[in-house]
Design a protein around this ligand. Structure first.
Ligand SMILES: NC(=O)c1ccc[n+]([C@@H]2O[C@H](COP(=O)([O-])OP(=O)(O)OC[C@H]3O[C@@H](n4cnc5c(N)ncnc54)[C@H](OP(=O)(O)O)[C@@H]3O)[C@@H](O)[C@H]2O)c1
Length: 268
């Protein structure tokens, strides 16, 4: 599989690292184009991939071409590449907010994949939700699945509307969790715990809780009941969270992010 990545930034590098670690292809079969000479030098030295400043050259080199530039750069890059992809090439975009319809019209190409990854993809613990145009064949879907699998977990969805939902849940979600982490650390410090100890306690608790939930596969309410003894400490804390509207607030946050995702994609 020949892979081209347009935009060798944070996510572009995460893809290179994941694909090479999983040995999905060789470094010589990866071409990265980037405007920054520093990024090109770093990626070529660190991973042995081919680099170029020419996006058209990168396009020509790949079976799968990944667009990993910022949303504001996308229109310019699509204009540069319009009509140049060969019929069998697949163009995959991880650009937030760029719909399949926009990609199709602006690139003049029909084999398209749209992915919504998230930040933990940088350490192989990502969640990518993706869809494709109907013309993308099973062989190419399998290749995309393996690339995204190298970044963490992936879910294929048959309808693009789920991508906007994933934007509000799994893509924005790390920010909600980081806010929760920060607040819990502040709370621990507030009651007298040293900050370094608080950081370890909170991060390991969140990691362990997610792994425990995945491992047991039970409803979260059952897991919560396991921690909540009658008349104990946890139930006091939970009461304050319910009084403060914690659950409703999270639901409202996700709805607000979802509506914003729809408006960015021109769907509202
Ligand atoms: N980071 C995440 O966790 C995350 C999560 C979900 C989705 N995404 C999506 O992933 C995409 C990439 O994000 P990122 O965080 O990897 O961005 P990034 O680190 O800024 O990477 C973009 C790279 O593209 C280069 N570039 C700029 N203009 C270019 C052009 N015309 N042709 C080729 N390369 C060009 C940039 O160089 P300069 O820096 O010199 O401009 C930079 O190295 C975004 O669209 C974002 O929506 C990211």
């Amino acid at each position: 599989m020949r892979l081209s990545i347009i935009g060798g930034g944070v996510m572009g590098e995460a893809i290179i690292a994941g694909v090479l670690t999983q040995q999905l292809t060789s470094a010589e079969a990866i071409t990265v184009s980037d405007t920054s000479p520093q990024r090109r030098a770093l990626l070529s030295q660190k991973y042995g991939v081919l680099t170029t400043s020419n996006n058209r050259e990168a396009l020509a080199n790949g079976d799968i071409i990944i667009l990993a530039i910022k949303p504001q750069t996308l229109p310019q890059v699509m204009a540069e590449l319009k009509g140049l992809a060969q019929p069998q090439q697949v163009i995959l975009s991880i650009v937030a907010g760029a719909t399949i319809a926009t990609l199709e019209a602006s690139l003049g190409h029909h084999l398209l994949v749209r992915v919504m990854p998230n930040t933990p993809a940088q350490i192989g613990e990502g969640m990518s939700v993706w869809t494709s145009t109907q013309d993308v064949e099973e062989e190419h879907k399998a290749a995309v699945r393996s690339i995204l699998g190298a970044l963490g977990r992936e879910i294929y969805v048959p309808e693009e509307s789920y991508i906007d939902m994933a934007t509000a849940v799994s893509a924005s979600g790390p920010a909600y969790i980081f806010l929760l982490i920060e607040a819990l650390i502040d709370a621990a410090v507030h009651i007298g715990m040293p900050r370094d100890m608080a950081e370890v306690c909170v991060l390991q608790m969140i990691l362990g809780s997610a792994r425990f939930a995945l491992s047991l596969g039970q409803h979260p309410a059952q897991l919560r009941n396991m921690v909540t003894s009658p008349g104990g400490t946890t139930t006091e804390g939970l009461l304050r969270l319910e009084e403060g509207g914690f659950r409703a607030l999270l639901i409202q946050a996700v709805i607000a992010a979802y509506e914003k995702a729809l408006s960015l994609g021109g769907e509202r």
